[in-house]
Write a protein that binds this ligand. Structure first.
Ligand SMILES: Cc1ncc(COP(=O)(O)O)c(C=O)c1O
Length: 430
């Protein structure tokens, strides 16, 4: 073994030794759990953050991993110094951690991106010429908009209808095809039948991209077991708000697609022409990558895995059931749902309040009760319009009504949920 190899393996070993063992641990804390915010009258109250679906707070182990990596922070991939090698090892270890977290195949590419939007756009530029994308109108804009040639399907009335509609659409398409579908809706939280959709896609020789931005913070996802081709998600929704996301999946299209960014790192050598890397990771990660973002994302994956999904899902289901039954008990509050009350969902609930615009509700919850929720169409305009039946609201930019969304996760307490229900009850009784 050469001296360089011995030297090179030390940082890799150091990085590997940091990886936590997978044993069940208590649910970790989030930063900002004790944040106080002003409400009307100048009082300070504990912030009830019910906006996790937009961006989740940072997990303590994520913050700790970033803090631990910072003193040795250095350039990655091309530096000979020890700190550079250690940082490179940490960055590449993050790739392995993410691969394991989503149960990817050993030869799948794991490309760090900025977020889910960046990941879907990256894939859209690597599709073989003439690829037709099939996408439901229920998608977030990140998965609805990047495609050059797409067939859009109406919101399906029930899960089996989603599978049937995808089947029919894919059957009618010649040439390369890609089915794009969200794993859990960012509007209703409802979980989509991605295994059945993957099966249908493959039967027609298509591939499937799953937008897992809202699923992975709440449920375990196994790309191999579900037979998915690509998965995209964002660190900031996974308790790692440091600006990294990821695209995981089959190498061939990514190895052949135009480099996403053209510059250092993506090329092997440059003369008159550039000779681009064939490996998807360097090919699409030109420039200095977001190393701390990748380390943070991997730390979140480790922390969730170490806690165990059973404990996480149990607590989330308890709180979301309490929230939904609280909302259902208030006359004039209507939950939005595509597939009905009993369909499985993650910790996301959207609703309207009779007599109030969504903006009025969200503003009142913030200014009077210290509750943070989201109002609008949640970057899923066609879907929210569909769910609201095109109701009018002159106050909204497009003249159609919008909704309020409450979303929960690690750090959400029963008091937060009860405060929201009590505040809405207050509001409708005025
Ligand atoms: C289902 C879904 N897909 C994609 C996105 C886009 O994520 P990002 O803004 O991190 O790119 C979101 C964000 O809200 C989402 O909920």
């Amino acid at each position: 073994m050469s001296t360089l190899t011995i030297f090179s393996s030390a940082p890799a070993r150091a990085a590997a030794e940091e990886a936590p063992a997978v044993t069940s641990r208590p649910i970790p804390a989030v930063l900002g759990a004790d944040l106080e915010v002003p409400v009307k009258g100048g009082r300070l109250v504990g912030y009830a953050n019910l906006d996790y679906a937009a961006s989740a707070p940072c997990l303590e182990p994520v913050s700790a991993a970033v803090t631990a990596a910072l003193p040795a922070y250095s350039s990655v991939h091309r530096g000979a110094g020890y700190a550079s090698q250690l940082t490179t090892a940490r960055y590449e270890q993050a790739r392995h951690t993410v691969r394991a977290f989503v149960g990817a195949r050993p030869d799948d590419a794991v490309i760090f991106t900025r977020n889910t939007t960046d990941a879907t756009n990256l894939l859209s530029r690597c599709l073989p010429a003439g690829t037709t994308t099939v996408v439901f109108d229920t998608e977030h804009h990140a998965s609805l908009l990047p495609w050059q040639k797409s067939v859009r399907l109406a919101p399906p009335a029930f899960p089996g209808e989603a599978v049937r509609a995808a089947d029919a659409a894919l059957a009618g398409i010649e040439g390369p095809k890609l089915l794009v579908v969200t794993a859990a809706s960012n509007v209703t939280g409802e979980i989509w039948p991605i295994a059945a959709l993957a099966h249908v896609a493959h039967r027609h020789g298509a591939r499937i991209l799953v937008d897992a931005a809202q699923l992975v913070p709440h449920r375990r996802l196994n790309l191999t077991a579900l037979d998915l081709d690509y998965v995209a998600f964002s660190g900031h929704k996974l308790y790692a708000p440091f600006g990294a996301g990821v695209l995981v999946g089959r190498r061939d299209w990514l190895a052949e697609g135009e480099p996403y960014l053209k510059g250092g790192g993506a090329v092997r050598s440059v003369g008159e022409d550039a000779e681009w890397h064939d490996d998807p990771e360097p090919r699409h990660e030109a420039g200095t990558p977001n190393v701390l973002g990748a380390i943070a994302l991997a730390a979140a994956c480790d922390a969730l895995t170490a806690t165990g999904w059973t404990a996480l899902v149990r607590e989330e289901e308890r709180l979301i059931a309490r929230l939904r039954s609280g909302l259902a008990s208030i006359e004039g509050v209507r939950e939005l749902s595509l597939w009905g009350d009993d369909h499985p969902r993650v910790g996301i609930v959207s609703f309207t309040v009779d007599g109030y615009s969504a903006r009025e509700v969200a503003e009142s919850l913030s200014s009077e009760y210290g509750i943070g929720v989201r109002d609008g169409k949640f970057c899923a305009h066609p879907f929210v319009r569909h769910l609201l039946g095109g109701q009018a609201d002159e106050g909204c930019e497009d003249g159609t009504a919008s909704a309020v969304r409450a979303s929960i996760g690690i750090g959400t307490t029963q008091e937060h949920v009860d405060r929201l229900v009590a505040a809405l009850r207050d509001l409708v009784s005025r």
